[in-house]
Design a protein around this ligand. Structure first.
Ligand SMILES: *[C@@H]1O[C@H](CO)[C@@H](O)[C@H](O)[C@H]1NC(C)=O
Ligand SMILES: *[C@@H]1O[C@H](CO)[C@@H](O)[C@H](O)[C@H]1NC(C)=O
Ligand SMILES: [Zn+2]
Length: 500
């Protein structure tokens, strides 16, 4: 997805930023995607999009209801701006359109597409079990309960929600024709044209109740991990002719440029899962038989609470397996039933313990079992980047920005996402929490977990994936001083009174 409309970039104002955020970027070549992180460090960071939505990542979430959209049926009296921004064709959307089925209201801002080329028609960003579709539609919304506009929302961890629609070549699609018939008017970068409104709902698949949901990012620079992604399970079709119009009409160059550069294959490659999982709203169908049901948020909060303020010796004796990522990878790693049994055994035991009235009472009187007030807290990526950059500058290691940002951001996002059921808990996050408890028990637990993760062959999945691959192949710098360290890894996690 990609947020740049014709809002000439908020980021230009940030003159004290280390890198010029308006730097040119492309999909291939000298400014191609493998170099984006040079100017846009979050592109080399955590929780990036798109991803390959593989069966092993899926977790069924019975609480996911149908996606509901409001005021999508626009009248033809309404004028919309269709434009070529050099990276995609984009249609502005009126603010009366919004998603009503998420915890906040997410107001529509624009839609745009990603597509392949005539020689290589596959051009969707998300893959489903490694299958790439011909194209992909992104309908971009921002959290208007919390932010006044797109510019303010784009760099916040709860800023955006995007609806993704996979597109295959097949039947002619009359809904897409409402704007495709005007793309000849926006052949060159920065051209735009006013077109009549139409029913935007008709661009989406018929079924809005079947979808994938995960935590991810903008798929274009600056790649902020600010997007709650919804990718519909069912694709839509456009005709071969419609696909050709998309793939052959547009240029990423300006009218006056001497060489015309065709605009196609504008998709980003799939990014590492980073210990994320993909929630699914449906449980029937091919390949879904083994899909695990996600563990409850309540259980997750309790585990984190125990790490924060609970008895670590207990965790080490009984609950180690609670902390290990669950899922089919683990089952594949051998020791199948053994591990699984241990895990469910200890989960059951843990549940029993926490539900035991006397223990609970103890929790209530102290040991502040928590409620984290997550909804109220956000990361702000632009200011975080500034802070981390200034810290690095003091030690003359500005070139470590990608890695340092990642070291700060990953545990935060992983924890938040874990509590929202959209990640497994990763070892760096646990270590990060335990760092706030410099006791022997914490040390012991840390040690055992490291061993357990290793023993599980987890290095090749969770741990390795949480170590970034940067273009700067240097050893990891010392983690920068934590911007908000007050004994707790994050203000979200300040213990609070238990609330049932
Ligand atoms: C977005 O909102 C902020 C804060 O109200 C304002 O300063 C800024 O000019 C707005 N940006 C746009 C593009 O409307
Ligand atoms: C609970 O812990 C807090 C600090 O974490 C302390 O101030 C308070 O006195 C404790 N309450 C009881 C009942 O022990
Ligand atoms: Zn996009």
């Amino acid at each position: 997805m990609h947020f740049l409309s014709f809002t000439p970039i908020l980021l230009l104002q940030l003159t004290n930023l280390p890198v010029l955020h308006a730097a040119k970027w492309t999909y291939t070549g000298q400014e191609g995607q493998q170099y984006w992180s040079k100017h846009y460090p979050y592109c080399g960071g955590s929780f990036q999009s798109p991803i390959d939505i593989e069966s092993e990542l899926l977790r069924f979430d019975p609480t996911l209801g149908p996606v509901e959209v409001q005021n999508y049926d626009l009248s033809s009296d309404e004028q919309l701006t269709l434009g070529n921004n050099g990276h995609s064709v984009q249609l502005s959307l009126p603010h009366k359109m919004y998603i009503s089925s998420l915890p906040h209201r997410y107001t529509a801002a624009q839609l745009h597409l990603h597509w392949g080329s005539t020689s290589k028609p596959a051009g969707s960003e998300h893959l489903v079990n490694s299958q790439q579709y011909a194209a992909e539609l992104h309908v971009v919304h921002f959290n208007s309960d919390k932010y006044p506009n797109m510019s303010m929302a784009v760099d916040k961890s709860d800023g955006l929600a995007v609806l993704g629609v996979l597109i295959e070549v097949g039947e002619f699609n009359p809904a897409f024709e409402h704007f495709l018939k005007f793309i000849n008017d926006v052949k060159y970068s920065d051209q735009r044209v006013q077109i009549p409104g139409f029913n935007i709902r008709a661009l989406l698949p018929v079924r809005l109740d079947e979808y994938f949901r995960y935590d991810g990012s903008l798929t274009t620079p600056p790649c902020y991990p600010s997007v709650l992604w919804t990718v519909f399970r069912n694709h839509v079709t456009i005709s071969h002719k419609q696909f050709l119009a998309l793939a052959t009409t547009l240029y990423s160059s300006h009218t006056q440029d001497s060489t015309a550069v065709p605009l196609n294959s504008n998709f980003r490659k799939p990014q590492p899962a980073d210990s994320r999982v993909v929630l699914v709203s449906f449980k029937e169908g091919r390949g879904l038989h083994g899909t695990l049901t996600v563990t409850s948020p309540l259980m997750r909060k309790r585990i984190i609470q125990q790490l924060l303020v609970g008895d670590l010796a207990d965790l080490e004796d009984e609950g180690l397996y609670q902390l290990l990522p669950s899922g089919p990878e683990q089952l594949r790693a051998g020791k199948k039933n053994d591990l699984k049994d241990k895990q469910s055994e200890s989960l059951a035991k843990y549940k029993q313990q926490t539900l035991n009235p006397s223990l609970r009472k103890k929790s209530q009187t102290n040991r502040s079992v928590g409620k984290f007030g997550l909804a109220e807290d956000t990361l702000s990526y632009v200011s975080l980047e500034q802070r981390v950059f200034h810290q690095l500058k003091q030690s003359h290691s500005e070139d470590q920005l990608v890695q340092a940002l990642r070291d700060v951001v990953f545990p935060e996002l992983n924890l938040k996402s874990y509590l929202g059921c959209r990640s497994d808990l990763a070892l760096p996050t646990i270590k990060n929490i335990l760092r706030g408890r410099p006791t022997d028990e914490a040390f012991e637990l840390d040690h055992s977990l490291t061993k357990a993760f290793m023993g599980q062959g987890k290095t090749s999945t969770v741990i390795k994936k949480s170590v970034p691959t940067t273009n700067y192949g240097r050893p990891s710098p010392a983690a920068p001083r934590k911007p908000y360290s007050q004994g707790y890894p994050h203000p979200w996690l300040l213990p609070m009174e238990w609330e049932d």
